[in-house]
Design a binder for this molecule. Structure first.
Ligand SMILES: *[C@@H]1O[C@H](CO)[C@@H](O)[C@H](O)[C@H]1NC(C)=O
Ligand SMILES: *[C@@H]1O[C@H](CO)[C@@H](O)[C@H](O)[C@H]1NC(C)=O
Ligand SMILES: *[C@@H]1O[C@H](CO)[C@@H](O)[C@H](O)[C@H]1NC(C)=O
Length: 252
């Protein structure tokens, strides 16, 4: 039976070599139509690569995995015909990482998938902040997220921070939103601040800061103080000396 099929199979293979000869990646979670796997931090992604010729000659085909172009080391048993890699757990750095599987013999026969790792900004809780009158106040909130946050807002005692009235400057570098004022005044700056960040998929996250303004510590300049003390001592000494002269004069 086998012998009879051989010539037929050979011709069939010649035809198929051009069309279906290749590698294929299966994954959990599934790859979408753009070759992207949607996942989140701490999750697990498993990828399996098959040589996709559909004939025996390719079952033992050696496979190679690359992560962003760098070879992933695999055990010998995990190279022939099908090969699996596991991303466990998914970390920030896996966002945008491309996994490519190719034939060991021919690197142009390949398939790739890219990870899209979504995460929300790390914002929660209440931070106590004590700041001296006239000192600088800096409040920072993490806004780093995938997808990018749609809005960041700051409130003081529940109403939007008045940047002009409070002499605040607000900066945003894509990672951190920072609210700064150069010279703190208790009446203007003491209270409860909150930054709220909105994510298109994770909703709202916020963090609070309870800011107390403390009195300015007196910083008395040392040198003039020493000079003052010296003057006072000398004056006293002269006074005593002159007085002593008067006293001794009397006694004569
Ligand atoms: C590698 O595979 C490609 C696509 O199937 C083919 O065109 C090319 O000739 C192959 N190269 C070698 C060295 O086999
Ligand atoms: C990643 O997933 C998010 C959420 O679904 C989406 O908004 C974003 O466009 C995706 N990014 C890429 C590069 O696919
Ligand atoms: C915010 O509220 C606190 C407590 O009620 C109050 O002491 C503080 O003056 C308020 N801050 C501002 C800037 O209104």
């Amino acid at each position: 039976m086998k012998l009879m099929f051989r010539p037929l199979l050979f011709h069939f293979l010649l035809l198929c070599a051009i069309q279906t000869f290749g590698v294929k990646i299966q994954s959990d979670p599934e790859v979408n139509s753009e070759g992207v796997i949607q996942t989140e931090l701490e999750k697990i992604v498993s990828l399996v690569c098959h040589s996709d010729g559909g004939h025996e000659a390719q079952v033992d085909e050696e496979l190679v995995w690359l992560r962003n172009g760098a070879v992933v080391s695999l055990t010998e048993e995990n190279k022939k015909g099908h090969s699996s890699v596991c991303v466990s757990p998914v970390i920030y750095e896996d966002d945008g990482a491309t996994f490519t599987c190719h034939l060991g013999k021919n690197a142009t026969v390949k398939a790739s998938v890219t990870l899209n790792v979504t995460y929300h900004p790390q914002l929660s809780g209440l931070e106590e902040v004590a700041v001296e009158e006239e000192a600088e106040l800096v409040l920072r909130c993490d806004i780093w997220a995938n997808p990018t946050v749609s809005s960041v807002s700051w409130t003081l005692n529940g109403s939007a921070v008045d940047l002009v009235a409070g002499g605040f400057s607000l900066t945003n570098d894509g990672f951190t939103s920072q609210l700064t004022t150069n010279s703190v005044e208790r009446s203007l700056h003491e209270g409860t601040y909150q930054c709220t960040v909105k994510s298109p998929i994770y909703g709202e996250h916020s963090k609070q800061f309870s800011v107390t303004v403390t009195g300015k510590t007196l910083k008395v300049p040392l040198m003039p103080m020493i000079a003052g003390i010296v003057v006072v001592c000398l004056t006293t000494l002269f006074a005593v000396v002159s007085r002593w002269k008067k006293i001794t004069k009397c006694c004569k």
